[in-house]
Design a protein around this ligand. Structure first.
Ligand code: 2RA
Length: 330
């Protein structure tokens, strides 16, 4: 299958190439696409060099699928042009996520909603994906009423410029700032821009995307999203109030058996999920399971996952794998 990766030179694009190769996605020809300033650069895929081409040349190459990670405005402009040419687009930006005509997919949860007619498919935000992968099996069993989530997000979620800022600060070298403030030895309680309601865009993504993916608008979500000087993945402290009573051992068993979830929960051994272990893994790691003792039917847990993997590249490629398995990619 001919596969285009749009935004092939960015952090997520590079991870897409790595994950496509690792999962042995049946790529017969890779079409790396990027903005004009990257055209002509080379990327490596399975030991072979490929020249980066322009958007227009990417369409002309007629790939079966184009996995986009090129930002919202590029996606708004170009995804429909790829789709009109019959190419299925899986888009990692926020451009189409809340469009009621587009599916927002986490394969473990709602891949069944996909049809061959879906030509632009949205990949959710990283912080949402890892949370819903962990919570969906619990929602199915106990029905979630309300979620209170605080995130501790890796600088890799911002991109290469932020990784460089952290590393430069660590070395004491002057450089470009991805954030308004230093990030090393700091915590920034702002991810993306502020909206009129006082929440950030990242926080409202967690609110809205959760309901859309889990197909339940009754779930109430309130979020605080925070950037920390970490590389390996995003962490989240999640407080969940259920409609029904739960049993902690049953929760553990549901999570142990949930697709894509690894339970790492042994306080006696000081075992819990951490970004340094989640780094470069495809799973969502869950631990610190305990009852909220301040109110009934309420659970606390801790979720960690590599935001460039399950939060971006892996989820997008799993969508492509699902489409391929159902012969929905031509
Ligand atoms: C972040 N959620 O971590 C974003 C990336 N999509 O900033």
């Amino acid at each position: 299958m001919k596969v285009a990766v749009v935004g092939a030179t960015g952090l997520v694009g590079t991870k897409m190439l790595q994950v496509l190769a690792e999962r042995n996605f049946p790529v017969t020809e890779l079409v790396p696409v990027a903005s004009e300033r990257s055209v002509g650069k080379e990327v490596t895929f399975k030991g072979k060099q490929y020249k980066v081409v322009s958007m227009a040349d990417g369409i002309a190459a007629k790939p079966a699928v184009a996995i986009f990670s090129a930002g919202g405005s590029t996606s708004l402009e170009w995804a429909p042009k790829f789709a009109e040419a019959g190419i299925t687009v899986i888009d990692n930006s926020s451009a189409w996520r809340m469009d009621p005509t587009k599916k927002l997919v986490v394969p473990e949860i709602n891949a069944d909603a996909l049809t061959a007619e879906d030509k632009i498919i949205a990949n959710p935000n990283c912080s949402t994906i890892q949370m819903v992968v962990a919570l969906n099996p619990l929602h199915k069993k106990y029905k979630i009423k309300r979620i209170v989530v605080s995130t501790y997000q890796s600088v890799t979620g911002t991109g290469k410029k932020a990784v460089d800022q952290l590393m430069n600060e660590r070395k004491g070298v002057e450089g470009e700032m991805a954030y308004k403030y230093p990030i090393d030895l700091n915590v920034i309680p702002q991810i993306d821009v502020f909206l009129d309601n006082g929440y950030t865009k990242e926080e409202m993504k967690m609110v809205k995307e959760t309901c859309k993916i889990m197909r339940d608008d009754s779930i109430r979500v309130t979020a605080t999203t925070v950037r920390i000087p970490v590389m390996g993945g995003h962490s989240e402290s999640v407080n969940i109030e259920f409609e029904n009573e739960f049993d902690l051992d049953e929760v553990k068993s549901l999570l142990s058996n949930a697709p894509g979830v690894v339970l790492q929960d042994d306080p006696a051994a000081q075992l819990y999920p951490m970004p340094m272990w989640a780094h470069d893994k495809d799973d969502v790691f869950v631990g610190r399971l305990r009852r909220d003792e301040t109110q009934p039917k309420t659970l606390n847990l801790w979720v960690v996952s590599d935001n460039l993997r399950k939060g971006a590249a892996t989820n997008a490629i799993q969508i492509a794998e699902y489409l391929a398995s159902k012969n929905m990619l031509s």
